[in-house]
Design a protein around this ligand. Sequence first.
Ligand code: G
Ligand code: MN
Length: 260
Amino acid sequence: MVPPPHIPTRPFDRSRVAFQPIFGPEGRVHGLEALMRFFPAGLANESPDSALSTESVFEAARREGRIMELDFYCRQQAMAEIAEQSFAGLLFLNINPASLLNESHSVGRTDDLAERYGIPKERIVLEITEETAIQDYALFARTVEHYRDQGYRIAIDDFGSGYAGLKMLASIRPDYLKIDRYFVSEIHREPVKHSIVSALVRICDSLGIHLVAEGIETGSEFHSILNLGVEFRQGYYFCHPVFQLSDIPGRIPEEVSQGV
Ligand code: G
Ligand code: MN
């Protein structure tokens, strides 16, 4: 096991990758999102929900110029774990746009990992969250295109929050669009959210983009999302992030089944 990078202002000595399923039609597991969990030293009971805030760890790494290192570490751990637990569906990896742009050998390094762990690139979906404004959109779009040409699939994460907006959708033309949980929360009571998601279903339909609703927490939210025709679904209502894939309810594709 590779030890996690040491971030002096955010001390942790252990980390584990949790996975949260993304369900498709008929409750099948379509893919897993890898979510790194960091634990403070000496914690007795590690559970996916008792970790340090991931944002605070990434923020500390950013301040100390260790973001690429941490990003790469997370990618490596997720692939290692997926290889170990034999999963043949899609693997959704969160990637910071800054590390896509700045890490000059990023594609090559990710390719090396995929090869080392025997994961076909076609089964890897890079989830891009736009946390800060992208300065050079043309360069960003070219970088993403480069990954896609290599076989990776692309998702826009947290769509509609912060900077991840229509400009990103138009310039990237992702394979997946993940609607931010803000628009899912209480959707059955808030007509504006309902209208926005409804419009997104139409936009994605006409562009051939798979739509994912994230952060579904209640049956009522699920009901609305289902009625609106959103193809893929994720959230605590179905399954919290887990360390063991055997804890996931539903049909999970395994290595032997070949299917994606
Ligand atoms: O930015 P991104 O969408 O990758 O954030 C993923 C985070 O959201 C994870 O830390 C995960 O634990 C959390 N998460 C997953 N499902 C839900 C949910 O249904 N509700 C809330 N509030 N958070 C969720
Ligand atoms: Mn994500």
